[in-house]
Unconditional design. Sequence first.
Length: 313
Amino acid sequence: MKETAKGLQVPNGACFKGMAGAYAAMYTPFKKDGSLNEEMIERLIEYGLSRGLRGFYLTGSTGEGFLLSLEERKRIYARAVKASAGRAKLIAHVGCIATDDAVTLARYAAKVGIDWVSSVAPVYFGQCFDAAYDHYKRISSATDLPFMIYSIGADIIPDRDLRFFDLKNVKGMKYTNYKYWTVQGLRNRLSKEVIFFAGADEQVLCGLSTGIFSGCIGTSDNIIPAHFAKICELAGNNDFAAASKLQGEVVRFVEHLIAKPNGSWHKSMMKYIGLDCGEGRPPNGRPLSAAEKKDLFARLDALGFVRRNDARR
């Protein structure tokens, strides 16, 4: 392992260069009629970069990837590449119910200049290790891009999951769970260079403290990106006292983020900071009433560290 300029550990290898830091699991912005808002993609990227983000994770869970058509996801990849113009690392989540569709998206992502591809394990069908292995094998073999496993809500079993990293181009993992010791056990068994990112916003600093994770990828990074960029920087410089204060604010914010299981609740937070991403796509979203929006904005005002219209400053 070697250190970046900000102190975070990254593996050796060309594909890992410049990867350390905080990433937004980018919201997919929609217009009032529910269609894709490509112009807003550029604003999201500009805002994130101006607040210290290293890159963006596209069409994942936060990005409502499974509610998008393949064509919409392709348009997001292409527009993000154009908007970032090489300034950000871009990871395209290509996970689909059908493996063939995931392969199609992976090939398109490589074609337009995405840096990494990623996928969750099989959804609905094929929820067993062998099916996941075959799913990842086909996607990771479809291009020469490095592949990042997206482990969300699942337990890591080191001796079992070690097999995934024998696959072509599997070189990383986004881990959204809390059993960091199992990730350490997996890392200890690996004989190849691999990069890990923490995906639980409320416990980013816990993950970084292990020395295994090279950064974070999360939902809250869209709304308070500077917090996560600074937490990564401070942790990389071993200033955990200062980082813990910011992590404490993140926890307070996340309590409000998850208060209602409604994608439109989340996207209203984006409206609060000055970036209108529309509503969540059904069944993920239901527009807020005037009372609900007033309540949400009052909660954010009370926090004191989420800046109203911050993206317009």
